[in-house]
Structure formats: C-alpha cells, structure tokens
Design a protein around this ligand. Structure first.
Ligand code: GLN
Length: 503
C-alpha cells in the first residue's frame, strides 16, 4: 500500500489528477501521521481535522464533476501560527493571543483555500517569530525529527518539523531574519524567503514590517516553486506588494532539475564562511560548490564587507519595528486580559496583561526597540542601523554585478540541543548571521539540504538572488538538489531515523 505521506506535493498532485487517490485519503493519511508522531514532535499547536477533511471532500467532488482545478488542489498544507486564519485559533506562539479566533483570512490563506488545499492545522513557533529554536513558544518545544533532543530551528520550527516528519507535504513559514531558511537547514527541508513584497503580508501578525516575508516550506525545490506561485503575486491589501507578476518559478525549477548550469555565475560570499562555522558545514558547502562547477556554473568570489554589521543593524531595526507593532496587544482588543484586583484602571490592565501575556524574549525586544526609538537615542541607534542597511544593500548590488546568484551556508551550525542556547540570547542571535542580510536588503533566498555534518545532522546551502529574480533561486536550487540526490540515491530526508509511531 502506498504511504501517501512520503510523496512530494508535485507527486501527490499528479496522483490526484490521475484519479489514483482522493484528497480525502491523502488528507486522512496526513492526519493519521500527525496523530502518530506529533505527540513526540509537537509541530502543531492546533489540528483542524474536520475542516481539512471537508475541504478535501469538496475538492474530490469538484474533480469528479470534471471541474478544472488548481494543480495543487487536494494537497494538504500546514500554516505557521503567525498567519491569521478565519475560524481557526491563531496565537503567534504567544499567551497573549490564547483563545483568539481571527474573523478573517490572510491573503495567502485565501489563495490556499481558493485553490482547494486542505489546511491541516497551525504550526508552533517562537513567540511572535522571535527566535531561532522555537523554544520561545509559550506552548512548549517542537522537537527536531532527526533527533528529538534537538531544536528544529526557529522561529518556524513547527512548519519545518511538520514537513520533515511527513506530517505535511507543504507548509507556510515567515522569515524576518531567517525563520524559513534556518529551520529548513537544520531539519533537512527546503525553505524559501521570497523577494520582499512578492507574497502579501496582509494577515501576517507583523513582527518587523519592513523585513517580514511569508514563503514556502517543503521537501523539494519544485514543491516550493509550486507553492510560491500559488501564494505570491500582487495584493492591493498590502501597500508594499509588488505590482508586477512573479517570474516563472515552476519553469525555473523544472529547468534546474536537468542539472545544467552552463553560463550561471555563482558568487561565493567571502564574509559568510570561516570562523564560527562548524567544519562539517563548511566541508559540505565546498563540496556543493564543486558540484555546481561540474554542472557548468562559473564560481567567483565576492566580498560584502558590510555584512559584518548586519546582525547589529537587524537587532536595532527589528526590535524597533516590533515594539511598535506589538503595542496593539494591550488586553483591550485581542485574546488575554488580566485585570488586577486593586484599582483596575485601563493602564494597570494593560500593564498586567502585557506583563503576563508576553514571554521574556518579547519583553527583551520591546524594551530594546522602545529604547532605540526614544528621543535622544533615535539617531544614534535606529538612524545608524538604517544607514548600515543601505550599505548592505549596496554590497548586494556590487556583488550581483559580478554574479547571478550568491551562495553561503544557510546556518553556521547544525541543530543544537534543546536548552543549550536558551540562556544566551547573543548565541541564539548568531544562528542568523548568514540569513539576515537578505531581509535587510529585501532580496530572496532559498535553503536546500546539502548533506550531513560530522554529527550526522542535516546542513543547508543558501542561494540568494537579486530582488524580483526569485526564479534564479529555483533554477540553481533544483540543479543542486538533483545532483546531490544522484549521489545519495534519493532525498536526504530518507537518511533520517524513522520516528516511532504511537497511536
Ligand atoms: N531568529 C531571528 C530572530 O529571532 C529571525 C526570526 C524570523 O525570521 N522570524 O529575530
């Protein structure tokens, strides 16, 4: 009997179109898998079995009636809990939103629903997407399917773990500084942060509005391209949405899969390797470069001297924007309200609600952001960070004059142990050294699994492209994936230990 949870979304779509399986069967198989392994993985905060099966039955009926459907119709998906879903609880991993059920759908959710993808549920995440390990969730840890004692990355650890554990073939993530790509790297999955403005932010609970971007989390590069085309494109409800159509992403992924990169210039970013990177991560990176070269790519070295300051600039800009975005969680409008017993004035209710509703990392960043934006310090901190941001954008422009895509390891290390970095915020922040520059410049990035480090854990390879040239990510990513899978004789995830199924 075919195990439908092991197929890629593209393969499932084919089987569904050919009538070899129904969406109800595929959706039920994933719900069964969730029931069997999510006790151990804890990728989901909420499973919407009934709603998913209803969507699946509807798609099956429409298909049977001969209706023309979206290519991914009937393929189930999981959605990060920072994305609002009408009628489904949405917490952003925070206690302050416990019990909140949004009255509307994010644009990307509307598109998913219109295309007929059953939504399996909402995935765990660091509170308000602040973190690199999902340990800052108010609802407990998510565990890495490769080793349950380790972090699944963050903030989108739930989406990555769900896909890696075959609980969902597709998931939605959001990436403000790396939260799609870094979880992808440490779980052996594919993750893409699209060009800023290419996927609507309408209905994402904003962390840092100038950096946030939603994107696909999948097991193959082609699946990411299919999902990106579905959720992307102009949205009048998002004032920063790019008006022109997306480039042809699926076509680029299919072209890349033939493994020919003749004429493609690949720029290796000198500053994103060496010190601080695990030897096994660097070894896999060098081997992948050799593969790309054999595929016909021209490898050049580029320098981005200001990337050194990216982390510093990010940790001023991001908290500044977050402190403003999170001001609306005041106990008056959404979710939790804590009323102190004596003298419950509005101000004291707000203060008690925020005091109890937010976790330590959120408080740390709200305090930092409020400070950086305060009169007298604004120019010194926020203003300087914005200048650094411009310098990083110029580094990218200069580098893209020499290369079609830029590459680096996605994350400096493999998945660390749960608890290992929890008391050391700076060590946690360092996970994103290689991913943050793309957010500061608005350029797209993809992480594709490129092997196991010496510790037997997965490593990711990052590809970056100029804004609006997301198609290049898919071409290069798919080529590398195809070449690596030839070597491995199948996907990297096939080398992950089997999770014990308990029912
Ligand atoms: N880890 C980074 C942070 O903590 C990035 C988070 C994200 O991309 N949402 O801010």
């Amino acid at each position: 009997m075919t195990d439908w949870t092991r197929l890629s979304a593209a393969a499932l779509a084919e089987k569904l179109a050919a009538g070899e399986v129904t969406s109800v069967e595929v959706t039920q198989a994933h719900l069964d898998r969730i029931a069997a392994v999510d006790g151990a993985v804890h990728a989901f905060l909420h499973v919407s079995a009934e709603q998913a099966l209803a969507t699946a039955a509807d798609v099956d009926a429409r298909r049977a009636a001969g209706e023309e459907l979206h290519p991914l119709a009937g393929v189930p998906i999981a959605v990060k809990d920072v994305v609002v879903t009408k009628g489904l609880p949405t917490t952003a991993g925070s206690k302050i939103l416990e019990g909140w059920v949004p009255p509307y759908d994010a644009t990307l959710v509307e598109r998913i629903k219109a295309a007929g993808l059953p939504i399996l549920g909402k995935t765990n995440m660091d509170e308000f997407a602040m973190g690199s390990s999902t340990e800052h969730s108010a609802y407990g840890n998510t565990h890495n399917p490769w080793d349950l004692d380790r972090i699944p990355g963050g903030s989108g650890g739930g989406s990555a773990a769900a896909v890696a554990a075959y609980e969902a073939p597709l998931a939605i993530g959001t990436d403000t500084g790396g939260s799609i790509r870094q979880p992808g790297a440490v779980t052996g999955t594919v993750g893409v942060k699209p060009t800023y403005g290419s996927v609507s932010r309408y209905g994402l609970i904003a962390m840092a509005s100038s950096l946030d971007q939603a994107g696909p989390v999948t097991r193959t590069v082609l699946d990411s391209a299919l999902l990106h085309e579905l959720i992307g494109g102009h949205d009048p409800l998002d004032s920063t949405s790019i008006p022109e159509p997306l480039p042809a992403l699926v076509a680029a992924a299919r072209q890349g899969a033939d493994g020919d990169l003749t004429g493609v210039r690949v720029g290796v970013i000198r500053e994103l390797q060496g010190e601080g990177y695990q030897p096994g991560v660097l070894a896999r990176f060098t081997e992948s470069l050799a593969l790309l070269e054999r595929a016909g790519a021209e490898i050049v070295e580029v320098s981005c001297p200001h990337f050194e300051y990216a982390l510093g600039a990010y940790y001023l800009i991001m908290p500044s924007e977050a402190s403003s975005n999170l001001a609306k969680f005041d106990g008056m409008r959404f979710g939790l309200r804590v009323v102190p017993e004596d003298n419950p004035t509005a101000e004291r209710v707000m203060s008690a609600t925020r005091g109890q509703g937010f976790g330590d990392e959120v408080k740390r960043r709200v305090i930092l952001g409020t400070y950086a934006l305060s009169a007298g310090y604004y120019d010194a901190y926020y203003g300087s960070a914005q200048k650094v941001r411009t310098l990083i954008q110029r580094d990218f422009e200069a580098a893209f004059a020499q290369a079609d895509v830029l590459v680096s390891p996605t994350a400096p290390t493999t998945a660390f142990k749960l608890g290992e970095k929890l008391d050391d915020p700076l060590a946690m922040y360092l996970n994103d050294v290689a991913t943050i520059p793309a957010n500061l410049a608005g350029v797209p990035g993809l992480s594709v699994p490129n092997g196991l480090s010496d510790d037997g854990l997965p490593v990711g390879f990052q590809v970056l492209a100029p804004a609006k040239a997301d198609d290049r990510l898919y071409r290069v990513g798919a080529a590398l994936e195809a070449l690596l899978e030839q070597e491995w004789g199948g996907p990297l995830l096939a080398q992950a230990p089997e999770l014990e199924e308990t029912r």
